[in-house]
Ligand binder design. Structure first.
Ligand code: ADP
Length: 182
């Protein structure tokens, strides 16, 4: 089963993805984690990525699409995957469809996590990652509404939506129920 988690910054995609990945026995593929790992390298690409991440802007699609395409061709991702932070716009959604089709697969489900921006802001400010300053969070929230929400239309009919306000356990239960119901 190939599943995409979609939700605004701070909705808890990473936390839920880790739990679901264990339950569904598919790898958790987080573009944020993959990009942060690359940004830590003292190479030209690493420095370029570090600069982009610090502003909250999106990394160019060509780079992100290639990273995901390669990751999806690894053997452990053939039967399924849990994608977190990708696709973040329509271009990436089309690239994902192509990458899955190359292995005779298609996206099964999109799990949408809904959370109010102000609650998310409070959560992120207490997490305190390098790109978790108020101005950068507001920018990521804006990109989510304008670029990422249209991905839900791209996958209309495959989207299940849950409320992401609650404890980690409550949200995990909602997520599993939503994925199993369909
Ligand atoms: P959050 O969802 O809290 O914003 P992520 O770890 O998913 O956190 O993403 C952090 C940053 O990584 C983003 O602000 C962006 O710069 C970059 N990034 C992650 N995924 C993508 C993607 N699919 N395309 C472009 N940039 C991405």
């Amino acid at each position: 089963m190939h599943v995409v988690l979609v939700g605004p910054p701070g909705a808890g995609k990473g936390t839920q993805a880790r739990g679901l990945s264990a339950t569904l026995a598919v790898p958790h593929i987080s573009t944020g984690d993959l990009l942060r790992a690359l940004a830590g390298a003292s190479t030209e690409l690493g420095r370029e990525l570090a600069g982009i991440l610090s502003t909250g802007a999106l990394v160019p699609d060509t780079i992100t699409n290639e990273i995901v395409r390669r990751r999806l061709s690894e053997p452990d991702a053939r039967a399924g995957s849990l994608l977190d932070g990708y696709p973040r716009n329509r271009t990436q959604a089309r690239a994902l469809d192509t990458a899955l089709a190359a292995h005779g697969r298609e996206l099964d489900r999109v799990l949408e996590l809904v959370l109010d921006d102000e609650i998310a802001l409070t959560r992120l400010l207490s997490r305190g990652r390098g790109d978790d300053t108020e101005a950068v969070i507001r920018h990521r929230q804006h990109l989510y509404r304008t670029q990422t929400e249209p991905v839900l239309e791209h996958y209309a009919g495959r989207v299940v939506t849950i409320d992401a306000d609650g404890t980690v356990e409550q949200v995990a239960e909602r997520a599993l129920r939503a994925l199993r119901e369909e």
